[in-house]
Design a protein around this ligand. Structure first.
Ligand SMILES: [Zn+2]
Length: 380
């Protein structure tokens, strides 16, 4: 949505059809004078989210088409068929986000190419209702949107805590301790980024109910929610990292992780709050998170790549499951399983200061990369 979409350009095939019909029109209307482009002017949109470019014409333009351009991200090209440039045309200086523009007459058609800065969300061309002019609407991120797209508050959620120990390792390692240590290292890295505020759902060995974690994140104005956990499996050979985002679990393995992590509600005084999560509510909550799903998935896969490439972890992939803790956060949200505490060597690695540093810095690099692309609004 926040990028120039290919759909705002006619595909070459369609363009040929438009061209053909324009040629037909040309012979049909050969006796009429060709419309002239007399003036180009720029005006801000009334909602302050972009501009309108007006191509003033002396009479009705029979056909026009947006053209695919080689650098589609940064320019907008439109051809007005069977028109010519008025030698006495008036051209105005461009207005942001148009950085420059060019008019060209070629083969009986006029082409206008607008160079755009990176802030453009959408472009469209249409006929003006009250004149023969052709208008080009260029929408940019509004100041409000821009503020919304700054990823300035990051919520780190170390899973479990207090009486809820989480998974256990063979040498007494405890999930709640490991994830808190990694969370603190990650937070220290993130605080080095300019203008980033880090919010923790817990900084001590305390128990925080799952829905309370999401509420804390929302109240803090969080823009990203990262929940840290460690895995466990009956098969002690199981190893590797996996990162989840909210959705319907697609495998039994994903469901088992979800059930295990959701199970902590047994420690909560009022577990009845989760009874609202009937299958129908699951769909409702999923919809609430779905606005962020694409971003969550992007971050999840970035984290998995970093774990694999920079920490040498086995990549178990990006998965979807219905975690209570992710549902409650109204922002892109992921749940990271740092490794298997049931696996002896992974338990040692996760409990070591070095292992925790590696894991935290991998997540940090992922968030930093995600933040950059998120704020540009350009990633898929
Ligand atoms: Zn956990």
């Amino acid at each position: 949505m926040h990028r120039l979409t290919g759909s705002s350009y006619l595909n070459p095939c369609l363009l040929r059809m438009v061209f053909l019909s324009a040629v037909l029109c040309t012979s049909w209307f050969a006796h009429t004078a060709r419309a002239q482009v007399t003036r180009v002017s720029f005006s801000p949109r009334s909602d302050d989210a972009g501009i309108v470019v007006r191509l003033h014409t002396s009479s009705r333009v029979q056909a026009f088409a947006e053209a695919p351009s080689s650098d589609a991200e940064n320019s907008f090209v439109i051809t007005l068929f069977n028109t010519r440039l008025d030698p006495l045309r008036v051209t105005a200086p461009p207005l942001d986000p148009v950085t420059s523009y060019r008019l060209r007459e070629d083969g009986g058609h006029t082409t206008i190419r607008l160079a755009l800065d990176g802030n453009v969300v959408e472009t469209s061309s249409y006929r003006d209702a009250g004149s023969t002019d052709i208008l080009i609407g260029i929408r940019t991120q509004s100041p409000v949107d821009r503020a919304r797209w700054v990823l300035d508050t990051i919520v780190i959620d170390p899973g479990h805590g207090g009486q809820d120990l989480g998974a256990r390792g063979p040498h007494g390692e405890r999930e709640k301790d490991i994830v808190l240590a990694v969370a603190k290292k990650l937070g220290a890295y993130l605080k080095q980024l300019p203008d980033v505020e880090v919010v923790f759902t817990r900084t001590t060995d305390t128990f925080v109910p799952l829905n309370e974690r999401g509420r804390l994140a929302n109240e803090a104005g969080g823009k990203l929610f990262v929940s840290l956990h460690a895995n466990s499996a009956p098969d002690r050979r199981a190893q590797g990292t996996e990162t989840f985002f909210v959705g319907m679990h697609k495998s039994d393995a994903a469901r088992r992780v979800m059930e295990r992590e959701n199970e902590v509600i047994r420690f909560e005084e009022d577990a009845s709050v989760y009874e609202q999560y009937s299958p129908g509510d699951l769909v409702r909550l999923q919809l609430a998170q779905s606005a962020y799903m694409r971003h969550s998935e992007t971050l999840a896969s970035e984290i998995q790549s970093q774990f694999r490439d920079r920490v040498g972890r086995r990549n178990r992939g990006v998965k979807q499951a219905g975690f209570y803790v992710l549902w409650s956060a109204s922002m892109p949200a992921v749940l990271v399983e740092l490794g298997f505490l049931s696996n002896s060597s992974e338990a040692r690695f996760m409990a070591s200061d070095e292992g925790q540093t590696y894991l935290a810095s991998a997540i940090f690099r992922s968030i930093r990369a995600f933040k950059e692309s998120y704020e540009k609004g350009i990633h898929d």
